[in-house]
Design a protein around this ligand. Structure first.
Ligand SMILES: [Zn+2]
Length: 139
């Protein structure tokens, strides 16, 4: 049993295109983009669809649930995460389709497995944004 570390909450870069995404995190909502031209969903949020190039995209609220697609355990971080560890950097495949880069928190890093079910939690930063991270849910 190795409990994951409590993480710092560095402020993200917010621009006009991503501001609605970060605003939603303050309300506890994880939103992504849906393309009306090809039907695909994508993250990170951007107007231009990465699948077909259309700009006919709109916001879609997710259920905030997904599955661990892959992950790495960092024993001792650098930069904003200097001296912090162990913690988990992961790609989580959302139930709505997109795979997002995030952290798995509140977990036993030795017991974590690809395919584990996770749910989003939000950590407030000093900016007008919260960081979406994920924690395991009972299988
Ligand atoms: Zn598209």
């Amino acid at each position: 049993m190795t409990e994951s570390a409590v993480l710092p909450n560095p402020a993200p870069a917010i621009d006009p295109e991503t501001k609605p995404y970060w605003d939603a995190t303050l309300e506890g909502k994880l939103i992504i983009r849906h393309c009306n031209a090809c039907g695909e969903n994508h993250w990170y949020p951007r107007t231009l669809c990465p699948f077909c190039g259309s700009v006919d995209t709109e916001w879609l609220e997710t259920a905030g649930k997904g599955t661990i697609y892959t992950f790495a355990i960092t024993r001792k971080g650098l930069g904003h995460y200097g001296g912090v560890g162990p913690y988990v950097l992961a790609f989580v495949a959302l139930d709505e389709g997109p795979t997002m880069l995030t952290n798995i928190i509140e977990c036993d890093v030795d017991a974590l497995r690809i395919g584990d079910r996770v749910e989003v939690v939000f950590h407030k930063t000093e900016a007008e944004a919260a960081l979406p991270r994920f924690r395991p849910v009972a299988q």
